[in-house]
Design a protein around this ligand. Structure first.
Ligand code: G3I
Length: 499
């Protein structure tokens, strides 16, 4: 469990039960364990489910509801460079940020630092060099140390309009694609994302910190955008995270989906949200919903059940993926939100006097249902089905032709017209050094995207082979890769060959 308060709370529940049974007072029949009551705060319900539920706030908003309802705090504006950075990368005016960190520490809440490298609200750092950015990164991380559980190292690196490109303005103008091949990882390339994470990782390691380092963006939530086209912004983020987690350097620990859902066609709550969370999780990073608010327009100006159901969907998608370890709402009440007219949060009222909306009750209820059998300590093989997200179908494992070779199984996360397949490749009684999967796709299915494997073919018989980092599998162990396809996946066949 990530939330320290959650650990304490669960221990105290267990202790209370033990005392009741030992006392034998008649209230609890021996041998019959009473069902644990539903939790009554978002914080406690989330902690019990194994994730944090947090809020963005400023020092003026620290009323009692904050530590009652939320187990994590993100400074909404007070840790941004325009608030705390000097032009040479030093720190200034850290009082508000200190207040927030101290409040969180006193109340046993996690803190997300927001944010180190961003094109907006850059203040005195605007236009500066990578060297000065690195100085600022070092100063900010060391000031609060492990009291910051997660830092948004790079925020909003990707361009709008679903073009799959990075932004071009500063600080991304510091990056250079020397051979023009569209990536920033070749000899001769420079990459402000990589170099900022490198500096952050170096500071974390040199100081023995537990702080995890995240990349954060918006409109990256679904695999698809409105109308069903590929979400190229999500794909670009995925490519960056893959490049900096699966190679020789493991620079990125966590990914934030901001989740400011509005009526922009690229900002939809799609049925493939869970599948997208899952494919990032499959890279071994934690995934967080970092700035959640849901425009009431998304349910025809319904701030009642329509908005509540949308909240439910998002919470369920996170709960169904073991490495989705936290959800943060971007403010407490509609009236105090950065987009108050859209009434996108969980409370009405203001100035410390808040009333719960239907969306609050839906989130609490969904959190209380827990993770539906997902094992929090390891990624799920098959995402659990739920009424509000895509159904998942398991396909029978293939039979290995050689018991010392390998076998493969697939789990499908499907929606109307498409699916994501997560394929597990398991070594037999001996270690293998490489593998090839021959997949027979049903008629009408065509692969549009894949990860953690090489691929040849699109439909019918499609070949997948290991990439450099996941070819070797110890005896009895497994690795996973995935692909997205149009059509339906039921009936997919797999054959595994050790190479
Ligand atoms: O504090 C001053 C106040 O003194 C002044 O009178 C007033 C006049 O406009 O401005 C106040 O500052 C505003 C500040 O919020 C505090 O309310 C700024 O103008 C305003 O630009 C700033 O907006 C913030 C916005 O980031 C800036 O980009 C929002 O509060 C904040 O919620 C928002 O957060 C971002 C995340 O960091 C990244 N993701 C998107 C998200 C929403 O835009």
């Amino acid at each position: 469990m990530t939330d320290p308060s959650g650990r304490v709370r669960i221990r105290s529940v267990v202790a209370a039960l033990a005392v009741a049974v030992l006392a034998g007072g008649g209230a609890v029949a021996v041998g019959k364990v009473p069902a644990l009551a539903a939790e009554t705060t978002l914080r406690a319900a989330a902690a019990k489910a194994g994730l944090f539920f947090g809020v963005a706030a400023s020092p003026g908003r620290l009323s009692s509801i904050v530590n009652q309802e939320f187990g994590q705090l993100t400074p909404e504006n007070d840790m941004k460079p325009d608030s705390i950075a000097t032009s040479s990368g030093g720190l200034r005016n850290t009082g508000n940020a200190d207040t927030l960190v101290n409040y969180a520490q006193t109340n046993n809440m996690l803190v997300r630092g927001h944010t180190l490298v961003w094109h907006s609200q850059a203040g005195q750092l605007q236009g500066t060099s990578q060297a000065t950015l690195n100085t600022f990164i070092g100063n900010a991380i060391t000031r609060w140390g492990s009291r910051i559980a997660y830092w948004d190292v790079v925020n909003e690196a990707l361009d709008d309009n679903n073009n799959g490109r990075r932004r071009t303005q500063w600080p991304h103008s510091l990056s250079r694609d020397a051979n023009g091949d569209g990536d920033y990882v070749d000899a001769g390339d420079t990459d402000v994302i990589r170099d900022s994470f490198r500096r952050a990782k170096e500071v974390v390691q040199q100081n023995g910190l537990t702080t995890k380092l995240c990349i954060n963006d918006y409109d990256v939530e679904g695999l698809t955008v409105s109308g069903g086209a590929r979400n190229n912004k999500a794909q670009a983020l995925y490519d960056i995270v893959r490049a900096y987690t699966q190679g020789t350097e493991r620079l990125i620990d966590c990914v934030g989906f901001q989740a400011h859902f509005n009526d922009n066609p690229n900002s939809i709550i799609s049925d493939d949200l869970q599948a997208n969370i899952q494919r990032f999780a499959d890279l071994g990073v934690e995934v967080h919903i970092t700035e959640l608010d849901i425009d009431d327009d998304l349910s025809n100006n319904d701030i009642g059940q329509g908005q509540a159901n949308n909240y439910r969907k998002v919470v369920r998608a996170c709960l169904n993926v073991a490495r989705c370890t936290g959800i943060t709402v971007w403010g407490i009440a509609d009236s105090e939100s950065w987009r108050s007219s859209e009434r996108g949060l969980l409370f009405t009222g203001g100035s410390g006097n808040y009333q719960k909306k239907a969306a609050y009750s839906a989130v609490l209820d969904e959190l209380n249902k827990g993770r539906s059998g997902v094992n929090p300590s390891s990624p799920p093989v098959s995402p659990s089905a739920s009424a509000s997200v895509s159904p998942s179908v398991s396909v029978s494992p293939s039979t290995p032709t050689d018991p010392s070779g390998c076998s493969a199984s697939v789990s499908l996360n499907s929606w109307t017209g498409g699916f994501v397949a997560t394929v597990r490749v398991t070594a037999g009684s001996s270690a293998i050094n490489g593998w090839r999967i021959t997949a027979g796709l049903p008629a009408g299915a065509a692969v549009t995207n894949h990860w953690n494997a090489e691929r040849s073919g699109t439909s019918g018989t499609v070949q997948f082979a290991n990439v450099g980092y996941n070819g070797r599998i110890a005896a009895g162990q497994f690795t996973e890769f995935g692909f997205q396809s149009s059509g339906a996946g039921a009936g997919t066949t797999l054959t595994c060959t050790a190479t």
